[in-house]
Design a protein around this ligand. Structure first.
Ligand code: HEM
Ligand code: HEM
Length: 221
């Protein structure tokens, strides 16, 4: 029997952030695609047809929540006393390990990549892409909130982000870019969930349940 050790991999706040992000992103995808192609009601009194307004409120609320979650994760990446360091995003810079991982994934070699960082090299690349998507969708979202709600923080943020709005060709361009990035999220989720299941089956370390319990079961090295 190999010597298998239990190791704490994900602290509670990371797990809370992860599953809150999942709930937010799924709600944002559903409400966002409704905003893009709404159902129109031909008849009935106007006050009973505020469906779109409600969906936009839900979308804006979860948009603000996603922004908060991202700031929280960034704070942990910089200052946490437990393992949540932003430097794990640099795992892909270990090029030998990156090549080892690609060869392993293509079933060209049985040698697994080493565990020097919390993430594998390709995983780190994917998370760098996710952070870029998240920043862009939040910026474009905040510009649109600023255009909708002309008061307080949203107005201030809208004005502050005016140069970004102009660079994107105005509000129509901002909305189109926001929509395209939403598809980037769908792509990320498909690859991420596929890889989580694949790693769970191939490594047999309890990867998926580790995002709930926080613990993996790893062979002693
Ligand atoms: C994963 C995150 C998100 C996804 C998948 C998403 C998706 C979408 C989609 C598909 C639309 C419709 C665009 C169109 O009409 O073609 C939309 C609209 C909108 N989104 Fe998001 N969004 C996300 C995050 C955010 C965030 C963070 C904010 C703000 C903080 C935000 C604010 C808005 C606003 C205000 C609109 C309305 C545009 C309008 O009323 O015409 N979204 N979103
Ligand atoms: C909107 C969808 C999702 C996003 C944006 C997302 C994002 C992330 C991020 C950023 C991490 C790294 C954790 C950190 O250091 O903060 C992570 C890890 C993880 N996620 Fe997700 N995730 C999503 C959905 C899911 C779903 C549906 C599953 C279930 C299969 C899942 C399973 C995992 C697992 C198992 C890990 C740990 C991987 C490892 O051991 O390295 N994720 N996810």
């Amino acid at each position: 029997m190999p010597d298998i050790k239990m190791k704490k991999e994900w602290w509670l706040s990371i797990r809370l952030i992860h599953w809150s992000v999942v709930i937010s992103v799924f709600t944002l995808l559903i409400s966002g695609f409704y905003i893009a192609t709404p159902i129109t009601f031909g008849s009935g009194a106007t006050p009973d047809k505020f469906y779109m307004g409600n969906i936009r409120s839900i979308h804006t609320f979860f948009g603000a929540f996603l922004t908060f979650l991202m700031l929280w994760r960034a704070y942990l990446g910089l200052f946490a006393k437990f393992h949540a360091r932003w430097t794990d995003l640099l795992a892909w810079t270990d090029l030998d390990n990156l090549i080892t991982q690609i060869r392993f994934y293509l079933l060209l070699s049985e040698k697994k990549p080493s565990h020097r960082y919390q993430y594998g090299p390709l995983q780190a690349l994917a998370y760098n892409g996710l952070i870029f998507l998240q920043i862009m969708i939040i910026l474009t979202g905040l510009i649109m909130v600023g255009a909708n709600i002309h008061a307080g923080l949203s107005l201030w943020l809208g004005n502050f982000l005016k140069p970004v709005e102009i660079a994107m060709g105005g509000l129509a361009g901002v909305r189109m870019i926001h929509h395209i990035i939403a598809w980037g999220f769908i792509l990320f989720i498909m690859v991420h969930v596929y890889m989580a299941v694949w790693i769970d089956i191939v490594y047999k370390e309890g990867t998926i349940s580790s995002m709930i319990s926080g613990r993996v079961f790893r062979k002693a090295e």
